[in-house]
Ligand binder design. Structure first.
Ligand SMILES: C[S@@+](CC[C@H](N)C(=O)[O-])C[C@H]1O[C@@H](n2cnc3c(N)ncnc32)[C@H](O)[C@@H]1O
Length: 292
């Protein structure tokens, strides 16, 4: 490739640079995961699951903090990077290749987490619902799912560019993330990420365009209502202030949902009583506070 040429490639195929770009967020996220498990968990948390774990920033951090961690992803380069990283640090975790919309765990997790928009890679309502159902099926009763992603307020501007730089040793990564297109009818946002990597004399310029599904608060509430085994406990933003849960409304953008699998795994209604079933739905814990 010529000097200054831009490589068009999947940025998840360059896990070392992706990881460097997000690494500084890791301790605060891991602290929040632990604090949320203490606050909302019904029993001790030992086994954690990360769907779409990528390079395993959090898998590694939480394994180092003593948890049994399972993580999976679709990106083989990211999984290879994670396995090497665990081996280098003498840590253990269960790492496997799977799709967020179709996976199973051998033994139930006490809590699952997905902190950074991975969920929005699922582009249809059906895939998103299947994901939430797979997570619910992978949790023990009372288990938690901490799900972080950006909501789009209905009146948000479609223009958005973010840029940041992270450095480690001789390697410096600048990430520029730009919204190229917002299709509100199809609920698809097209983003372009540009990586500029300088490592000594070497320079890599990479560009990757990809799609995310869009959610308003109301759209996510509607989706969640279709997975009755999960209840909404509380909502936070990316400041991760565990003592300050927020209102779920259209003001909030960077959102972390605390979801909990019902303690009672039995269906909460009988098949013959549809009136009762409707009422129970409306009575789901948290419904009042979040407007159902
Ligand atoms: C924004 S990254 C987040 C990675 C990691 N969770 C983190 O916080 O650093 C999104 C990840 O989702 C993965 N991914 C995208 N679609 C997926 C799917 N359908 N199933 C599993 N992983 C998927 C990508 O390969 C990528 O590693």
């Amino acid at each position: 490739m010529g000097k200054g040429a831009v490589l068009q490639a999947d940025w998840y195929d360059y896990p070392q640079y992706y990881d460097l770009a997000f690494r500084s967020e890791t301790p605060a996220e891991a602290d929040f995961i632990e604090a949320a498990c203490r606050k909302y968990g019904s029993a001790e948390t030992r086994h954690l699951l990360e769907p779409a774990c990528g390079t395993g920033r959090l898998v590694t951090e939480l394994a180092a903090r003593g948890y049994q961690v399972s993580g999976f992803d679709l990106s083989q380069p990211s999984l290879r990077y994670l396995r090497r990283r665990l081996a280098r640090r003498g840590l253990q975790a269960t790492v496997f290749h799977a799709d967020m919309a179709d996976f199973r765990l051998d033994s139930p997790a006490d809590a699952a987490y997905s902190t950074f928009d991975s969920f929005r890679h699922l582009l249809t309502e059906q895939a998103a619902r299947q994901h939430l159902q797979c997570v619910a099926d992978s949790l023990r009763p009372g288990g938690l799912y901490l799900l972080g992603f950006h909501l789009l307020p209905p009146d948000a501007s479609d223009e958005c560019t973010e840029r940041w730089t992270e450095t480690r040793g001789r390697t410096r990564v600048t990430v520029t993330l730009r919204v190229l297109d917002t299709d509100r009818r199809r609920r698809i946002e097209t983003l372009r990420v540009c990586l500029l990597v300088r490592s000594g004399e070497r320079v890599l310029r990479l560009r990757h365009d990809f799609a995310f599904r869009m959610y308003t608060a109301r759209q996510f509430r509607r989706l969640l209502a279709r997975v009755p085994s999960l209840e909404l406990c509380d909502v936070y933003d990316f400041w991760y202030e565990i003592d300050h849960p927020l209102e779920l409304n259209d003001e909030i953008s960077d959102t972390v949902f605390v979801l909990r699998k019902h303690e009672d795994p039995k269906p909460q209604w009988t098949l013959h009583d549809s009136r009762n079933r409707e009422r129970k739905h409306l009575k789901r814990p948290g419904a009042d506070r979040f407007g159902g």
